[in-house]
Every structure is written in C-alpha cells, then in structure tokens.
Design a protein around this ligand. Structure first.
Ligand code: CMC
Length: 424
C-alpha cells in the first residue's frame, strides 16, 4: 500500500494512503494524533474527507456529477425523482416490482397525523416555511419514535419521503390562510405535491404535465451532492444515534442558510434588486468584489465546482424550454443571463473560478411554475431528502461508525486565577 510521509519536529511518520474507485487520493490521518500528538487543521473542511461513501461522485474540475455511477445528465433526462430516490437509498436502479412497491409505500404513507395540524396552527402566518418544515420534521419523532431494527429504519425513511411533501404543502397553505389540501393517492409523487400546494377545495385541480416534468427534473438535480453542509450536518447529528427525524431536521436547518440552499431565494431577490436599479450590473459586480460590502453574487461560486456546475448547465437550458412551454415571459431570465455574462468576463470571477451554481437558474424555473419565493428552499429540501437518507443509512449501517467529533486548536487564554467580582 502506498504511504505518505510526514516530517514533524524532525521525526518521520508514515501515513497510509487510501484511493477511491475514481482515483481520488486521501491521506489517512486517523492515527496521527496517537503517534505524533498533532492534529490536522482544516477550517471549513475544504481538504478533509469525513467518510468513505459509495453514493455520489463529483469531479469539480471536470464538472462531473454522478449518483451511484449514473451521470446526472442521463438521470435528469431519462429517470424520475422517485426512481432516483430508490437508486440513492438502495444503491441500484429498481426493478419494475421494486419500483411499484416503493411508489405504493410513498403514496400510502403520505398522510400526517391529524394532531400535527394543531402544531401548524401555532405558527404565525408570516413564519418562514423552512422554519416550519424543520420543526415539523423534528416533531415526527414524537409520532414515530425509534428505529431499533432495519425494518423500522426503512419504514421511517419511507414515511419521511412520503410526508415531507405534505408538511411542505401544509406550511404553504398555512402561510396563505387557506385550508390544507390532503394528499391524493392517484397522483404521482410530484403531481401530488403540486396538487397539495395549488388546489383549492372549490375547484378541480388538474396537474399540468409540463410543470410536473420540470419539477421532477429540479428534484432529481438536487437529490444528492455528497458531503455538502447539510449532508455533513445530517451525518454529524446522526452519528450520535439521534433519531432519524431529529437528524433530518438538523439537515433542513443547515440547508436554510443563504450560502447553501437558501441561495435560491436570495438569487431572485438579488435579480429583482438589479432590475429595479436600472440594470446596473457593473455596480453589483463591483459590490460583490468589494470584501467590505458583505455582498456576494448569490448563485455564484462553489466549494467543489471550479469550471462549471453541471446542474446549473442543465437548468439554464431547461429555463428556456420551460418558460417557452408555459408561455411565461420572465424578464428576470434576461437579467440572470446578462449578469452571468458580465460576471464571467470579469477577471475577479475568472481568477477565482466562480461560476453559476445550481441555485442561479433554479429560482427562475420555480417562479415560472408558480412556486412562491419563500418556498424555493423548501423545494430544495424535498429534493435533497433522499440524499440525506442515503447518506444517513450508509453511515448508520456501518459497524465501524464512530461519533463525529472534530478537534480544535485552542487559541484562548492560558490558565489564570478567578478574580473576585469587586476586583474586576
Ligand atoms: N461572490 C463574490 N465573491 C465570491 C463568491 C460570490 N458569490 N463566492 C466566492 N467568492 C470569493 C470569496 O470571497 C473568496 O475570495 P478570496 O479568495 O479573496 O478570499 C473566493 O471567491 C473563494 O471563495 P470561498 O468563499 O473561499 O469559497 P467557499 O468554497 O468557502 O464558498 C460558497 C463557497 C458557495 C459558500 C460561496 O461561493 C458563496 O457564498 N456563494 C454565494 C452563495 C451561493 O450561491 N450558495 C449556493 C451554493 S451551491 C448550492 C448549495 O450548496 O446549496
């Protein structure tokens, strides 16, 4: 086996090297502290491999994203969200029988306990739906405690996928003050989500197949992204053996932030701002470059992708198609394209390899599908759920799992005596 050598204070240490199935190289430092007393230092974990995983492969330089070996481009054009969810969780594409069973289970677990409606009532109408989603998912643990055996684990994962769309739709209806719309078993997963979001009791709701297809594609593109912030949160929380619902609730909270999934909402707000400010692209590019401004070009940049984000490319192409098919003329699409062009001509963005990410064009499609801006990150969460579950399952099925517990380099005061209140 190949070894890496580390020389520290004149002493040499051999460190094992591990190589992934795509040739990715990692230096195994698990014993480093034991043998040398030193730890590795990597704030933000940019160079830290926290686990071995066989779920998702990304090559950020080449713009490659694959779930279980299948390229994202193929899955987005040929598969559907339910099949992709199965693929992520079980590691293989389902047979016809397996898919039928999976769909049946997702359909027949989509109701939430009637008592949960009382909890929705407790939130103010102005509550952000991500806060509601996170709280309601954690509260599922009160209704379905424990996951003592593999069957319970599987059932709770299925419950979560089935119920997340119901919770999401109820939180939206709550914000509108409209009656909740219950799930329908005759609709597809995505069709049912749309129906619960948009139907009203006084009218018959027909699912528009263009909207259904576009939403399905969006969910596939968001379904997993290896060890990103929310997925790492899920692994971290889950590594303590916390229950699944509390664990996923932690992931939802992490996703909400504007540097992560919350960026899709921020992108639309930023494009709106630029449109209202006489389309002064240069002003906002300069602002994004100015570190003192605290302004970033939302939907731009990525920790891993340094050439292009393949999801953003698929979405940019999908934007034109979806808007055309729906007959929507959204001036923000032009604003986004112009902003991208101006940014990509600027040396700051070229040198730092900052490109549009998945959140840059997704919001324009969500808007065309009539999804309200506050619900964008909720849609991301619904899409990301199978990825979180697959990663949680992979981790908790591993008998060698240890609790996630990073170390630190302490930089605070050294030991000092306590001073009495009057002497301070
Ligand atoms: N606008 C302006 N400057 C940027 C941006 C941006 N959007 N993104 C990165 N930079 C600069 C950054 O200031 C840094 O400059 P310097 O080298 O002078 O310190 C350099 O580019 C490298 O960036 P970084 O902050 O070290 O990169 P990171 O890997 O820590 O952060 C990121 C990645 C996605 C959090 C960041 O690019 C960002 O905040 N982007 C805007 C928010 C966004 O679109 N988030 C969605 C990410 S994709 C979907 C998801 O994961 O949810």
């Amino acid at each position: 086996m190949e070894q890496a050598k580390l020389i520290l204070s004149g002493k040499e240490y051999d460190l094992p090297v591990i190589v992934g199935s795509e040739g990715e190289v990692g230096i195994d430092v698990t014993q480093l502290r034991n043998v040398s007393g030193a730890i590795t230092f990597d704030p933000g974990y940019g160079n830290t491999g926290s686990c071995k995983s066989s779920i998702t492969f990304i090559d950020g330089e080449k713009g490659i994203l694959r779930y279980r070996g299948y390229p994202i481009e193929e899955l987005a054009s040929k598969s559907n969200f339910v099949e992709v969810s199965y693929l992520l969780i079980y590691g293989k594409l389902p047979t016809e029988d397996e898919l039928t069973r999976f769909k049946y289970l997702l359909t027949h677990h989509s109701l939430i306990h009637e008592d949960m409606k009382k909890m929705f009532e407790g939130f103010p109408a102005s509550a952000h739906p991500m806060g509601v989603l996170s709280a309601m998912v954690a509260s599922l643990s009160a209704f379905y405690p424990g996951h003592e055996n593999p069957e319970m684990k599987e059932l709770n994962m299925i419950r979560l996928i089935a119920k997340l769309k119901t919770i999401a739709a109820f939180s939206y209806k709550k914000s509108l003050g409209q009656p909740y719309i219950y799930p329908r078993n005759d609709l597809s997963y995505v069709g049912d989500l749309l129906h619960m979001l948009f139907a009203v009791p006084s009218e018959k709701y027909e699912v528009n197949p263009v909207i259904e297809d576009a939403m399905d594609k969006l969910l596939i593109l968001h379904a997993d992204h290896e060890q990103n912030c929310s997925t790492s949160t899920v692994r971290l929380a889950g590594s303590s053996q916390a229950n699944l619902f509390a664990t996923i609730s932690a992931g939802i909270s992490a996703l909400w932030g504007p540097w992560h999934g919350g960026a899709n909402q921020e992108v639309i707000e930023m494009l709106d701002l630029i449109a209202k400010d006489n389309l002064d692209y240069k002003k906002y590019i300069e602002l994004a470059k100015d570190k003192k401004s605290n302004f970033k070009l939302m939907g731009f940049g990525h920790r891993v992708y340094k050439n292009f984000d393949p999801r953003a490319q698929i979405l940019k192409a999908a934007c034109d198609n979806v808007l055309n098919e729906l007959g929507v003329n959204d001036p923000l699409l032009e604003v986004a394209k112009n902003l991208e062009r101006v940014a990509l001509e600027d040396s700051y963005f070229i040198e730092k390899k900052l490109y549009p990410n998945v959140d840059f064009y997704s919001g324009i499609i969500y808007k065309a599908l009539n999804i309200p801006v506050q619900m964008f990150t909720v849609m991301f969460a619904i899409g990301r759920l199978p990825g979180w579950l697959a990663q949680w399952k992979e981790m908790t099925d591993d008998p060698s799992l240890r609790i996630y517990r990073p170390r630190q380099i302490y930089t605070g005061a050294t030991v000092r005596p306590y001073t009495d209140l009057k002497k301070r």
